[in-house]
Write a protein that binds this ligand. Sequence first.
Ligand code: HEM
Ligand code: HEM
Length: 374
Amino acid sequence: MPIRNTLERWGSVAKFFHWAIVVLVVTQFVLAFIAEDLPLGMQKLAVLARHKSVGITILALATLRLLWRAANRNPQLPAAMAGWERLGARAAHALLYALLFAVPLAGWIMSSAKNFPVSWFGLFQLPDLVAPSEATFDIAKEAHEVLAFTLGGVATLHLLAALKHHFVNRDTVLRRMLPFARVPVVLGLLAASGFFAGDTLAAAPVAGTWTGNAASGRLEFQFRQAGAATSGAFGQFTVTLVTAADGAPVRLAVAVDTASIGTKDKDRDGLLRSADLFDTGKFPRAVFEASRIKHTADGHYEASGTLTIRDQAHAVTLPFLLTAPAANAAGWQIAGELPIKRLDYGVGQGEWRSTEMVDDAVTVSWSVLLSPAR
Ligand code: HEM
Ligand code: HEM
């Protein structure tokens, strides 16, 4: 399993952090409830000491997790999600991260306030965060309890949302976070029928022509400018996919309206349209066309074809992920990522041929929902 994330799935490090923290948070509730029922004594102290050590571990893992997240790209949400759903997902994730810090910090402050210094599995002692004080202890204890139950509540909604993605929307959101390829089998037992409908092509024999455009997806590109990661998107493009009777993709075409380029800066967009870069007046379209498509793994394909930008055409192998339409979904979800070199296509004439300020490497990424062509 690849270590790093892509725009389509989580890498093994991000998955490890997610699931290790889930297991430890569940452990925390179990230990807290065990401790609650014990009378004050050696055993209660021992259980609480374990609870504190595990809690500090969560704090450390959450810190590392956010650092790793900042150093990586992260998967995009499915194009089919509505604006409010995206907002809800982002808000819930931000709240979960915040609580992963707030709950253990409140616990740590509570322990310091009670003058019960915190040790990490008896190996080393942590500094006290506050001076001993009955009043601070009472507030921190209340805060720890309320925040912990808020974490439990938000995590439960988050779990329900993940299940909705899988069983109702039938998208890849849950699958791309699961730790092992075999875990879906376990979930499959819960919903024996139709569990794999989301990605088994044979289950959806749909021959025909399917199209999508900027209204149903995104076509973006990432590049480095003056050493900083920068991105942009095309506002107009069409994707056309032809599938055979067994549902296998046989032809793929992507046509991009070059003048629709946008990088959220008018001056730079004007420059990108000029003769030195895309020369959109003379070359209004960039096109990828493939009629040789190889199945590489479950839902994964490679389209061998030609990419033409400006007047330069090159043979390109475009990997993509295709999710078959489920009974209740509008169509195929197609997504992929392609690293290219801009200078191979002449995007950079005159002084822009230099890679000093703008790297040669550009990553194109896309995710589009395809519906039957009319
Ligand atoms: C994500 C991490 C944590 C979670 C989910 C968690 C959760 C909980 C829960 C649910 C309780 C029972 C609340 C109640 O009914 O009063 C509790 C109690 C407690 N927690 Fe945590 N906790 C975490 C981290 C920590 C840390 C890092 C410390 C200290 C360093 C800590 C110290 C305590 C103590 C001392 C109690 C017992 C409070 C009392 O009843 O006197 N917790 N925790
Ligand atoms: C203590 C419990 C949990 C916490 C604190 C938690 C926290 C998080 C956070 C913060 C993210 C956002 C990741 C990011 O954007 O960096 C996330 C993603 C995710 N979580 Fe959880 N989670 C918990 C439990 C669960 C459970 C039980 C499930 C599923 C059954 C689940 C499924 C997912 C999935 C599928 C994603 C990926 C969403 C995407 O790909 O856009 N989580 N989780």
